[in-house]
Design a protein around this ligand. Structure first.
Ligand code: AMP
Length: 202
């Protein structure tokens, strides 16, 4: 099932220098939200593609009540609805360590952490700090990168946006929300997610 992450799509648009990328860049750099019109248009186009006909996973969308209502409308037109909302719950106090230690392999989306999930290249240098020269993807050997908004400063704005604009959508979808304690370690979180994902026959 395709995973559609608006953050990844916007970062690709910024990197490609498209019109959408130029309009989204300042909000993304500061940790604020991009306008509803931009992200709704991106998702509307993407879910029309053939690979989304049997369902899809949205990551980072919707992030406002307005986006949630637009999503519901788009799905209703296809005779569909949101099956489940997976809410990964982590106390704000834990997020700084998670976010500021995150390193990603851009091409595949594989995600690492300087201490919680180091790549082999860092494990081979015991006691050494995570620096670009020691951070490479396990599968391809390519360079890992840190996101420009994975900073202590931008995190403050990102959390403000989450609490004021995104959290209310949990109420909107309350009958289908599955809360997952994501403060636990990775394997436990994954087991809990698998348990709430809908299964499809055929
Ligand atoms: P993410 O990778 O999901 O953390 O998204 C990175 C950044 O992209 C966010 O901080 C926002 O600036 C922007 N963004 C991603 N998804 C959305 C969305 N659904 N609504 C508004 N802004 C978004």
């Amino acid at each position: 099932m395709p995973q559609l992450a608006t953050g990844d799509m916007l970062r690709a648009a910024v990197a490609a220098g498209t019109d959408v990328g130029r309009r989204a860049k300042a909000a993304m750099d500061s940790g604020g939200l991009v306008t509803d019109d931009i992200v709704v248009a991106i998702i509307r186009d993407r879910i029309a593609a053939k690979d989304c006909a049997r369902g899809f996973i949205l990551d980072g969308f919707p992030r406002t009540i307005e986006q949630a209502k637009k999503l519901d409308e788009m799905l209703a037109k296809r005779g569909e609805k949101v099956d489940v909302v997976v809410s990964l719950e982590v106390p704000d106090s834990l997020l700084e360590k998670r976010i500021c230690g995150r390193w990603v392999h851009k091409a595949s989306g594989r995600s690492y952490h300087a201490t919680l999930n180091p790549p082999k290249s860092l494990k081979a240098c015991p006691g050494k700090q995570a620096k670009p020269k020691r951070m490479f993807d396990d599968e391809t050997g390519e360079q890992l990168e840190q996101r420009s908004d994975d900073t202590k400063e931008a995190l403050v704005t990102r959390l403000e946006a989450y609490h004021s604009q995104t959290k209310p959508i949990l109420e909107h979808y309350s009958p289908v929300v599955a809360k997952i304690d994501a403060a636990k370690d990775m394997s436990e979180v994954w087991t809990a997610i698998e348990a709430v994902l809908p299964t499809r026959e055929n």
